[in-house]
Write a protein that binds this ligand. Structure first.
Ligand SMILES: [Cu+2]
Length: 220
């Protein structure tokens, strides 16, 4: 993807940081490599939480295609063409090869939830969630309180976080609204009326939040 600069071309600290990113990218691109090191995961997954990470911000589906292993295959269904309000595309992905996509997912498996934008105007917002991974996922929209840091909710013993205050969810394969989860290779969507504030989009399948499936989106 990018060429690492030589050590004498950039300050040492920057070179080291780039090297870490490179290692993380390699680990996430290949199967059979665990990414249990919190530091690596922090750089590759959560550091780019607002759409600037692994999948790029603008065109998640296209950008995600190059890496290969996070993506299982093509979608078998898509959302209706014209959904109300501002449309936000969401890519759900995982690296199922590590464990054969067992359920519930183990902790420490790289997973992603990325959006095409991180800020939208208040009003109707339609989220279109494409599951390009191998596991069943979902998209839940929760409010973030003042000062609350995304990614820091504490899952209960069942691996799920509380959904109190939920604005709604897309968890219906090839359909709108709630269901039993967006199965691999399908699309779910939901239209919500959002007031100004900070929100966290997340997948609340067991352990998926802890495995990195969250992102903040701001409504102004
Ligand atoms: Cu998930």
């Amino acid at each position: 993807m990018f060429r690492l600069p030589t050590a004498n071309a950039v300050p040492r600290r920057r070179a080291a940081a780039l090297a870490v990113v490179g290692v993380a990218a390699v680990a996430l691109a290949g199967c059979g490599v665990t990414a249990s090191n919190p530091g690596l995961r922090g750089v590759a997954m959560m550091g780019g939480a607002n759409g600037t990470g692994m999948m790029g911000g603008g065109a998640p589906a296209a950008a995600a295609g190059g890496g290969g292993s996070m993506m299982a295959g093509r979608l078998t269904c898509t959302a209706p063409r014209a959904l109300p309000g501002t449309e936000v595309n969401v890519v759900l992905a995982d690296m199922g090869m590590i464990s054969g996509a067992t359920d519930p997912a183990p902790l420490g498996i790289p997973m992603r939830l990325r959006t095409s934008t991180t800020s939208v105007p208040a009003g109707q917002v339609s989220f279109v969630a494409q599951n390009l991974g191998r596991r069943t996922h979902e998209l839940v929209v929760l409010p973030l309180a003042a000062g609350q840091v995304p990614g820091t909710r504490r899952p209960a013993s069942d691996g799920k976080v509380g959904e109190s205050g939920s604005l709604g969810e897309a968890s219906n394969p090839c359909g709108a609204g709630s269901g039993d989860g967006i199965t691999a290779g399908t699309t779910g969507w939901v239209t919500l009326n959002l007031t100004p504030g900070r929100y966290e989009l997340l997948c609340n399948e067991a352990n998926h939040y802890a495995d990195g499936m969250w992102v903040e989106i701001d409504v102004a």
